[in-house]
Design a protein around this ligand. Structure first.
Ligand code: AMP
Ligand code: MG
Length: 393
């Protein structure tokens, strides 16, 4: 049985970054930047007013001073105005600061009498002015290659005047669920059947991992039909198979992949849940065989498939895995087994609370969970112990 660390390394060593694309900014959401990017333009691009009010010279704007209003500077144009001492220019938020001004007095702090304002307070030089470049200097790095793009990044890129960005690919993914016991959504389950739920859960996980799902199929535990279905799946960048990777007579994924000429790089990993996990390659496609039990499928997706898809999509090293977060455990936990045990739980106010039944079929507990906690074999932790947990999306 392969250790978990060796398994992750073996998977990542075999998947490659896919060729990327230039896309409109909105389509870059959740994808990974293909390069480092530097600011072409300072922000703010020019000195401007932070308030609706009057541009003034601070030294002549003391409480009670009367200043003559000599013009108006709205946002969005540059009227090229110049002012001197004891003068003021009506100005609006975001408008370029007129030459000669070194402060803005808020309109709430003046009384207007015709073309004169009377200041109600003293003004400091620089007050209510946003200086050119105070937020961001031209030439400053704004995004690193491999960073995942979020809404805030898109806002900044747009403020740089960019309409498009180079990003990594969306890996094309096929999902195949296997098992004679699976009833399709909408069908009436026969006695002994359960509803097929892994494919849609894996589809959701794949979308969250920056992938594009192009095929979702269900195959019976029959060698010929399964092989045909998997053959189609191999046309994608990644094929995710659920079920049929254990050691029973009805577990036909390995023989099917054998018939298709796949190289099986690893099978069976020392983690719980998820021991039967399989990884292989065929015709440029990365193949992930996940156990059928829903919790096992979920955990092995997060631990092995997600980083692989993210690598294909252009994520940098530190963005490949789950996010580690410090927490304290809310109850005693131990691992008497010989494999790493991933507990599913709820991270709330710094506490990790195991959620529901910790068994590989127990979907309800999983449905509450937003974090994983790994206990190594032999670990015995008492309530309150500090731990690092892992979170996703
Ligand atoms: P397997 O890994 O094929 O031995 O499947 C183990 C168990 O997982 C099955 O007996 C089912 O109860 C469950 N299972 C397998 N595939 C699915 C699926 N696609 N959706 C929901 N449950 C599944
Ligand atoms: Mg099965």
């Amino acid at each position: 049985m392969t250790s978990e660390t060796e398994a992750i390394a073996a998977v990542l060593a075999r998947v490659q970054l896919l060729p990327g694309a230039r896309v409109p900014l909105i389509e870059s959401l959740g994808r990974f930047s293909a390069h480092d990017l530097w600011a072409q333009r300072a922000l703010p691009p020019f000195d401007n007013s932070a308030m609706d009010g009057y541009a003034v010279q601070a030294k002549s704007c003391r409480g009670g001073a009367r200043l003559r209003v000599i013009g108006e500077q709205p946002a969005g144009v540059d009227r090229g105005l110049t002012m001197g001492a004891a003068e003021a220019i009506r100005i609006f938020t975001g408008a370029r600061l007129p030459a000669g001004a070194d402060a803005v007095i808020m309109q709430e702090e003046v009384m207007r009498e015709g073309d004169v304002i009377v200041a109600r307070c003293d003004v400091e030089s620089g007050e209510f002015i946003r200086r050119q470049g105070c937020d961001l200097a031209a030439g400053q790095k704004i995004l690193a290659g491999g960073d995942q793009i979020v809404a805030q990044n898109i806002g900044l890129l747009a403020a740089q005047g960019m309409a498009e960005i180079d990003v990594g690919a969306l890996p094309r993914v096929a999902i195949v669920s296997t098992g004679d016991e699976l009833a399709r959504a909408g069908a009436i389950p026969l006695p002994g059947q359960v509803f097929e739920s892994n494919s849609v859960m894996l589809h959701a996980l794949a979308l969250g991992a920056s992938a594009k799902v192009v095929m979702v199929e269900q195959a019976p535990d029959a060698l010929e039909q399964l092989t045909e279905t998997l053959r189609h799946g191999l046309e994608c960048d990644a094929l995710i198979v659920s079920g049929g990777v254990s050691v029973g007579e009805h577990d036909l994924v390995r023989p099917s992949l054998g018939a298709l000429g796949a190289e099986i790089a690893l099978w069976r990993v020392a983690i719980k849940p998820g021991k039967p996990f399989l990884f292989g390659r065929a015709h440029g496609c990365s193949i992930f065989g996940l156990p059928g039990n829903p919790v096992s499928a979920f955990v092995t997706f997060l631990k092995f498939v997600r980083p692989a898809l993210r690598k294909m999509a252009g994520a940098s090293g530190e963005n490949l895995g789950l996010r580690a977060v410090p927490a304290q455990i809310a109850s005693d936990l131990s691992n008497a087994g010989d494999r790493s045990h991933y507990f599913r739980g709820i991270l709330r106010e710094g506490q990790f609370i195991p959620s529901g039944l910790q068994e590989s079929h127990a979907l309800f507990g999983l449905s509450r969970a937003n974090a994983l906690l790994r206990l190594a074999p032999g670990d015995q932790l008492l309530r309150g112990a500090p731990v690092m947990i892992e979170t996703w999306d």
